[in-house]
Design a protein around this ligand. Structure first.
Ligand code: AP5
Ligand code: MG
Length: 209
């Protein structure tokens, strides 16, 4: 099944995509992760993307569309995939329609006040990217998965978070109507706990948890 996770920053796209992908054994394609890796490696794409990401702006469509097109052409995508963080603009969605057949769009719905709290408390592993929230760490500063250090993402600082939310409402939220019109949109309450949200998504996808 070819699935899109749509939702504002902090809605839980990455957290849930990771869980659903391992349950369904399909790849998680996170454009944010791809861009952060490119920045870390200092590639041309990474250098182009850095100023946009640090300011909480979207990177230009032409940069991201080719990356996703190439990634979806890889063998591991033949049995399906979850797109986490793409598309994020109407032109990206229109481009996607030319090279992919999407079966379902899951919209994770969470209020802005909750998002700000989640993002300011988010910590991620420098090595494997596993995601945590301060409230679940009890003072721990290393990753349960690989033991490396946990850090705050640069774009999770307060002023950048507010900008990312504005960008979401202005540029990405129109995709809700775009996919509703195609009959593909399924809304899931993302403000439930991690396990309840996971179960609700699996049910919506018609999969066994
Ligand atoms: P990206 O990395 O995609 O960031 P984002 O969309 O802003 O989303 P986040 O990763 O911040 O949130 P999430 O929904 O994954 O939440 P998470 O699961 O981590 O993109 C970063 C940047 O890259 C963009 O700003 C842009 O510049 C660029 N970019 C990427 N794609 C692009 C594109 N297509 N076009 C142009 N530019 C692009 O959860 C958040 C926190 O909440 C965690 O601490 C987690 O533990 C906690 N949490 C999650 N679920 C729950 C729950 N149910 N209950 C309690 N806590 C929870
Ligand atoms: Mg994410």
């Amino acid at each position: 099944m070819n699935i899109i996770f749509l939702g504002p920053p902090g809605a839980g796209k990455g957290t849930q995509a990771q869980k659903i992908c391992s349950a369904l054994n399909i790849p998680q394609i996170s454009t944010g992760d791809i861009l952060r890796r490119a920045m870390k490696e200092g590639t041309e794409t990474g250098l182009k993307a850095k100023s946009f990401i640090d300011a909480g702006q979207l990177v230009p469509d032409e940069v991201i569309i080719d990356i996703v097109k190439e990634r979806l052409a890889m063998d591991d995508c033949r049995q399906g995939y979850i797109l986490d963080g793409f598309p994020r603009t109407v032109p990206q969605a229109e481009a996607l329609d030319t090279f992919a057949a999407i079966d379902c769009v899951i919209e994770l719905d969470v209020k802005d006040e909750v998002l700000v709290e989640r993002l300011s408390g988010r910590r991620v592993c420098v090595k494997c990217g596993a995601t945590y929230h301060l409230s679940m760490l009890n003072g721990k500063t290393t990753c349960d998965v690989c033991g490396e250090e946990l850090i705050q993402r640069n774009d999770d600082k307060a002023e950048t978070v507010l900008n990312r939310l504005k960008v979401y409402h202005d540029q990405t939220a129109p995709l809700i109507g775009y996919y509703e019109n195609k009959g593909l949109l399924k809304k899931v309450d993302g403000a439930q706990g991690l396990e309840n949200t996971f179960a609700a998504i699996m049910k919506t996808l018609g999969a066994q948890a």
